[in-house]
Design a protein around this ligand. Structure first.
Ligand SMILES: *Cc1c(COP(=O)(O)O)cnc(C)c1O
Length: 365
């Protein structure tokens, strides 16, 4: 059996470093808002190339707090994509604002920038592009439109730690960047964790209070905040893993290259990397007209695959119940054709070759 992802292999490779880091926290007797988080925030800020990193509980909270910190709420609209993980859109809805969906580009699966201006109204406050699967959204046109209409840009970089747009790390380009450190992400904790990043001093200060009960000082509360912190054990784990991130992303890129070569003369569509992009292949997503059949065949042959995502957000019951009605032809077509093959830094060449062979054979079935 070939797993979709196997985090045990990664742990075995870095066991000593991880065990030491966790031990250090246990022995310190300090578990929330301490030296590890402070150090991780500094190290991740340096890595991404931003002034401030604010560690929070999850990627979902990062997005929710980002929208809130910008003062976006009831009566406001936020433009985003439907082809994403649900949290991107929940962040808008949880703040009482209305998500406005635009379709995606059929090559990169990220926001179709030619659709944005048509979606802007006088209520529009922000745009949330998603760097899906590890491929950056086309940020230059997004930032130009945002400037022209005075909108904020929040990047959802939850699948793209280390990905680059024209040489800049994603997350550092918009007003706010949001990251998830869910265990299977390119940079993952051993539990839930996330971060908000920004170059804006005022926003950073506000976000720091927001994640900690709106508190500038212990037992003094400036506004109503939440409890959403990245704990010391997770921060210590993330500090270790951050040191391996570039090497792991390179491994992912190599795996993708090998898949691309092996699948070249098959009838599946393989992912592309735009000339302005550095893709970090959080997921390796292929497309096939008979996706369900292909997935079934792979399962029978012991190869685990997943679909990211089978139902676009605008067709989820939760959003239909909110009264969202919109047609997104590319999003809808692609959701029926996509299939994610196993990809993680410790997948072996033999496994990749086996998977590619089975995918090719599937077309003869
Ligand atoms: C993982 C993910 C999130 C949510 O992150 P959590 O840490 O699981 O809350 C948000 N957006 C995208 C695109 C993601 O992939």
């Amino acid at each position: 059996m070939i797993p979709f992802v196997d985090l045990r292999r990664e742990y075995q490779a870095i066991k000593d470093e991880i065990d030491q880091a966790i031990q250090r926290v246990l022995e310190s007797g300090w578990f929330i808002l301490g030296k590890e988080l402070e150090a991780f925030e500094k190290e991740f800020a340096e890595y991404i190339g931003v002034k401030h990193v604010i560690g929070v509980n999850s990627g979902s909270d990062a997005l929710y707090l980002a929208v809130k910190a910008l003062g976006i709420g009831k009566g406001d609209e936020v433009i985003t994509v439907s082809h994403t993980f649900i949290s991107t859109v929940d962040a808008i809805a949880r703040n009482g604002a209305k998500p406005v969906f635009v379709d995606i580009d059929p090559e990169t699966y990220t926001m179709d920038v030619s659709q944005i201006e048509k979606a802007i109204t006088e209520r529009t406050k922000a745009i949330i592009p998603v760097h899906l699967y590890g491929h950056p959204a086309d940020m230059d046109p997004i930032m130009e439109i945002a400037e022209k209409y005075e909108l904020y840009v929040i990047e959802d970089a939850s699948q793209a730690h280390g990905a680059e747009y024209k040489g800049r790390k994603v997350g550092s380009i918009g007003h706010i960047g949001c990251f998830s450190f869910y265990p299977t992400k390119n940079l993952g904790a051993y539990g839930d964790a996330g971060a908000v990043v920004t170059n804006d001093d005022e926003l950073a200060e506000k976000l720091r209070m927001m994640r900690n009960y709106g508190s500038p000082k212990k037992y003094y509360h400036k506004f109503i905040g939440v409890n959403s912190r990245l704990d010391e054990i997770q921060a210590a784990v993330l500090r270790v893993k951050l040191r391996h991130l570039d090497e792991w992303n390179e491994k992912r890129r190599k795996i993708a290259k090998l898949y691309n070569e092996l699948l070249e003369d098959s009838d599946v569509i393989t992912p592309i990397e735009k000339e302005w992009a550095k893709h970090v292949y959080h997921l390796y997503v292929i497309r096939h007209r008979e996706r369900d059949k292909l997935q079934k065949y792979l399962t029978e042959k012991g190869i685990k695959t997943q679909i990211h995502y089978p139902v676009p957000v605008h067709l989820q019951k939760a959003y239909l119940d909110l009264g969202i009605r919109v047609k997104l032809p590319v999003t809808e077509r692609i959701s029926r054709e996509i299939l994610s093959l196993p990809i993680f830094p410790y997948l072996t060449d033999a496994e990749i070759e086996k998977i590619a062979m089975v995918v090719k054979n599937a077309s003869n079935c």
